[in-house]
Ligand binder design. Sequence first.
Ligand SMILES: Cc1cc2nc3c(=O)[nH]c(=O)nc-3n(C[C@H](O)[C@H](O)[C@H](O)COP(=O)(O)OP(=O)(O)OC[C@H]3O[C@@H](n4cnc5c(N)ncnc54)[C@H](O)[C@@H]3O)c2cc1C
Length: 530
Amino acid sequence: MGTWDAVVVGGGHNGLVTAAYLARAGQSVLVLEARDRVGGTAVTEEPWPGFRVSTAAYVVSLFRPEIVRDLELERHGYALLARSPSSFTPFPDGRHLLMGPDPELNRREVSKFSARDAERLPAYEAMLERIARAIEPTLLETPPDPFSGRPADLWRLARTGWRFLRLGRDGPRAVEVMAGAARAVLDRWFESDEVKATLATDAIIGAMASPATPGTAYVLFHHVMGECNGARGVWGYVKGGMGSLSEAIAAAARARGAEIRTGARVARVEVREGAAVGVVLEDGTEVAARRVVSSVDATVTLLGLVGPEHVAADVAEAVRAIDYSSASLKINLALSEAPSFAALPGHGPGPQHRGTIHVCPSLDYIERAYDDARAGRPSASPVLECTIPSAVDPTIAPPGRHVMQMFVQYAPYRLAEGSWDDRKEAFADRCVDLLDAYAPGFRKSILGRQVLSPLDLERRFALTGGNIFQGAMGLSQLHFMRPIPGCADYRTPVRRLYLCGAATHPGGGVMGACGYNAAREILRDVRRGR
Ligand SMILES: Cc1cc2nc3c(=O)[nH]c(=O)nc-3n(C[C@H](O)[C@H](O)[C@H](O)COP(=O)(O)OP(=O)(O)OC[C@H]3O[C@@H](n4cnc5c(N)ncnc54)[C@H](O)[C@@H]3O)c2cc1C
């Protein structure tokens, strides 16, 4: 092939979505993925024979139903398994809290801790749902730039503003959700620390922040948007592991004519006279293209693959200022049996195994864990989110055996002492011991263990600073400011070079929205002959 219409750098799920839509529009598209398989952080791997692990991302809800329909992903093998209950929190005093999509279960369970909270929970959820209805349409829109002075931007901004105005009395609450601290929101609605701690975990996922940090209410909200098989705010597992979604998108892209090469690491984006003209692979292969689309983060793309010499000084400075602070670590485990919790005994699998198991007994516990991270120490008592997808999906583990994925906070990328390579196994021991205290015998059930420190996440997936979202999700890095102000329309200062990954609006998460929006903007340029 001489010159491709588009080369996509990175076969993560967003790069694949962009490739599929471009190919559907008749463009010749080549995806170049550095790793030996597609998916990026939405991937399934088999570290131990018979155990299929979602190495990084593990639950899905935000993935856009429009993309499922357009690309006929179900025909290509994509199936979502809903989780009910969706969470289980055991407490040191032997009590437990189950929550999920069933309102009656929630009422019963929350009443064990506070009758008032049980009464208020439906109103809280309804409030978030009303805000979600106003904000969700923006996920599949290119953010208007309020400072561009372009009439089209102002018109689109007015349309977004109108949606907010229609929120009426929910408007101020929406502003708090966009900019405030999760703790303040939860304190106003609920009195039980157990309930608040369980809900607060969504606010800190992937963030170097505690629920008391301004901006965390949005992270909490980000996690209540979305749906699972039409049920709002419910998170599910992808059948076969997260990689099955990426494989389905890849199959859809291939069916529409895209070519996908794995084991093809791009070393450089070729720039001539301010425009991208192709890429050079690590092995020296040159690939010519009319457009280059990168699903890798803005720092790796603009300062690494392109090089600061091709980028204006103020742009390079803005890219260097992107906040990648991060404190997440992942432990993947093969288990001989599901854990039996003192608070709800039984190896089941039962309701306590189906959803996310939170080890996070109080808001102050999270604050203390965060204080350690601020001082550059892995938390002495970490916050654990454990999932056992094999309790719902028997295809991913040998009969009777289980896969556990432990998402751990806080593991600060920058350590005050030592290196992650030397410290990660000891920290993982601490996490295992912690869960063992709630589920005696758990430690002995471990057949295999994989620990991914923030440094490993950076090396393995090219995530700057180990940030799981290709850039922190604070207000100053969202919407028209993502990845940097002036570049939120998926175009970059290098002509014919685009970004399509989580670094762009609407950010991190297995949503497909970044890739979808980028494809729309690229096709607009194709039509205009730009
Ligand atoms: C540990 C962890 C847990 C997470 N948990 C969840 C979760 O449960 N639910 C959720 O919704 N989200 C979760 N996320 C976030 C979510 O996975 C990501 O935001 C999303 O998958 C990003 O997809 P992407 O396609 O934009 O980028 P990526 O997945 O980062 O894909 C980029 C791709 O580019 C490739 N690449 C990099 N450099 C090169 C190069 N030079 N040449 C060629 N290819 C290259 C990479 O190998 C990768 O495949 C998690 C992330 C992590 C890391």
